[in-house]
Design a protein around this ligand. Structure first.
Ligand SMILES: Cc1ncc(COP(=O)(O)O)c(C=O)c1O
Length: 377
């Protein structure tokens, strides 16, 4: 079926016992068993929960994978995926990822004998140089958080596969509506479902979708063994959010373009990062690899003082961490989402004190623009 139909119907058949169109929240910890070794496919709710299974089936279809596993947060999904890597192995990672990913890799996984190279994944030659025979994983974020650089997923997948490394794409910023990494050559795609998939800033969760059955089985084993499962209520909220993903993304996209074009013309702004602008270094790649350019934009106001003064004045746009909700959210990456990256490294990567990130919501574009303008004034 078409993507919109799949959003609404994939994995979402009415519940068989009553015909309930909205699949119920199975708020249970266990299931009565008919006898020793006899059950209806459900034994314990960490292992399997019907509401979570429906969400996993839905996302398997939307990303075109062999299966999906849902976790308690985006970071829990990244942690589960990282178990594909063992002591002595090596990971190549985008040098511009969500700060929590960088923190987990450098402060936790590195303690277990895994080594990392953080490179500019918008440059295939840099990735090629970093890949070694012991490289087991290439972790890409495209677009990157918060500088909006793109990685050529098809080309980089080819490079990683030469040494047998798996390619993981954090697709949180794009959502499966804008980009489907598995079809471009990646092996695993993950999302913080907290963002565009949930869509309403009312749930925290994560998901990993894999292309092969073997990878899905391992992720399921890790999900059950380490236990960071997505709750039934959160599974329901994400499943419900996805039903309107297409209409939300269309509006996010329309508003995102208007805001980016407006900002690009503004005399107080030094630089606007948005893949939909012809000035963006990967604009051509964005047109090839994505269905649209999305609603994530960052821009540089030149100094911490200017950014602080601007952020204190916005009224409709809410100052807060996170993104992808129906409401416009605005943040200061250097002190918020990317505070865990050392200052020198942040500056080198363009996460400057004056950088502001905006997740453009689906309000009336004129109201968003008016709010930004009054704050600039
Ligand atoms: C691109 C990206 N990946 C992963 C995460 C982590 O997700 P969560 O906050 O659900 O753990 C975030 C959170 O902001 C993110 O922006």
């Amino acid at each position: 079926m078409g993507f919109s139909t799949d959003c609404i119907h994939a994995g979402n058949e009415p519940e068989p016992a009553t015909g309930s169109v909205s699949f119920p929240i199975y708020q249970t910890s266990t299931y009565v068993q008919e006898g020793l070794g006899q059950n209806r496919g459900f034994d314990y709710a960490r292992t399997v929960n019907p509401t979570r299974s429906r969400l996993e089936e839905n996302l398997t279809v939307l990303e075109g994978g062999a299966g999906a596993k849902a976790f308690a947060s985006g970071m829990a999904a990244i942690t589960a995926i990282s178990t594909f890597v063992k002591q002595g192995e090596h990971v190549v990672c985008s040098n511009m990822t969500y700060g929590g990913t960088y923190r987990y890799y450098t402060k936790i996984l590195a303690r277990y004998g895994v080594t990392f190279d953080f490179v500019d994944t918008s440059d295939p030659a840099a990735v090629e140089r970093a890949i070694r025979p012991e490289t087991r994983m290439l972790h890409l974020e495209s677009p990157t958080n918060p500088t909006m650089r793109l990685a050529d997923i098809a080309r980089l997948s080819e490079l990683a596969h030469r040494v047998g490394a798996i390619v993981v794409v954090d697709n949180t910023f794009a959502s499966p509506y804008l980009q489907q990494p598995l079809s471009l050559g990646a092996d695993i795609v993950m999302h913080s479902t907290t963002k565009f998939l949930g869509g309403h800033s009312d749930t925290v969760g994560g998901v990993a979708i894999a292309k092969t059955k073997e990878h899905v089985e391992w992720l399921g084993f890790v999900q059950n063994s380490s236990g960071a499962i997505l709750s039934p209520m959160d599974s329901f909220l994400v499943l419900r959010g996805i039903k309107t993903l297409v209409v939300r993304m269309e509006r996010h996209e329309e508003n995102g373009r208007k805001v980016a074009e407006h900002l690009a013309k503004h005399p107080k702004i030094k630089q606007v990062h948005y893949p939909g602008l012809p000035s963006h270094p990967e604009h051509a790649l964005a047109k090839k690899q994505m269905r649209g350019f999305g609603a994530m934009i960052s821009f540089d106001l030149g100094s911490l003082e200017a950014a602080g003064a601007f952020l204190a004045k916005v009224r409709l746009c809410s100052l807060g961490e996170s993104l992808g909700g129906v409401e416009t959210l605005i943040s200061h990456p250097a002190s918020m989402t990317h505070g865990s990256i050392p200052e020198e490294e942040r500056n080198r990567l363009g996460v400057t004190p004056g950088l502001v990130r905006i997740s453009v919501g689906i309000e009336d574009a004129a109201d968003i623009l008016a709010d930004l303008d009054q704050a600039f004034a």
